[in-house]
Design a protein around this ligand. Structure first.
Ligand SMILES: [Zn+2]
Length: 164
């Protein structure tokens, strides 16, 4: 997947759905993925369940971490055997900024190699409002920010008009 391909996947309507998911999930992290054709699968973040079951292993709850539900993980894995695979996995960062954290990197890699052939979108949400989204791509053995999507009010209004 390249940043160029993501232009089709992360179109304005797709981003508007992700923004809404991120704002509704606040103050928790939202998570989901986007198929190559731009369809969004809003996933269930089970991080709070994991923390309550095994707090020694899962120190972070859903305000500072995300894990896709089993059903969502299965759907993600199965997508790679179809003609319309997942191409972007997204999650939000409530009140800390849209950086790619060490936890994000650990989750995306297995023995130093990307687990999935996807890019990662992180949404910066402050006080329940998404400010921007950053796309992180794997290049030269590291994740770097390939694109920034500013989220402003006109963007939300454009989406609302289309839905009427
Ligand atoms: Zn993160």
């Amino acid at each position: 997947m390249t940043a160029l391909n993501d232009m089709a996947t992360l179109n304005e309507a797709t981003l508007a759905l992700i923004v809404r998911h991120a704002e509704q999930a606040y103050p928790k992290e939202c998570c989901g993925f986007v198929y190559a054709d731009g369809e969004v699968r809003a996933c269930v973040n089970i991080q709070d369940d994991l923390k309550s079951i095994d707090p020694a292993r899962y120190r972070r709850g859903a305000t500072a971490g995300y894990t896709l539900s089993v059903a969502d993980t299965l759907a993600l894995n199965r997508s790679f055997e179809t003609a319309n695979p997942a191409s972007v996995i997204y999650h939000s960062h409530p009140d800390v900024g849209a950086y790619f954290s060490q936890e994000d990197s650990d989750k995306a890699l297995f023995l130093g190699t990307p687990v999935y052939p996807v890019d990662y979108l992180v949404i910066d949400v402050r006080r329940a409002k998404a400010l921007e989204a950053k796309l992180f791509v794997w290049r030269n053995a590291g994740f770097f920010c390939a694109r920034v999507f500013p989220i402003d009010q006109s963007y939300r209004e454009a989406h609302a008009r289309r839905r009427r």
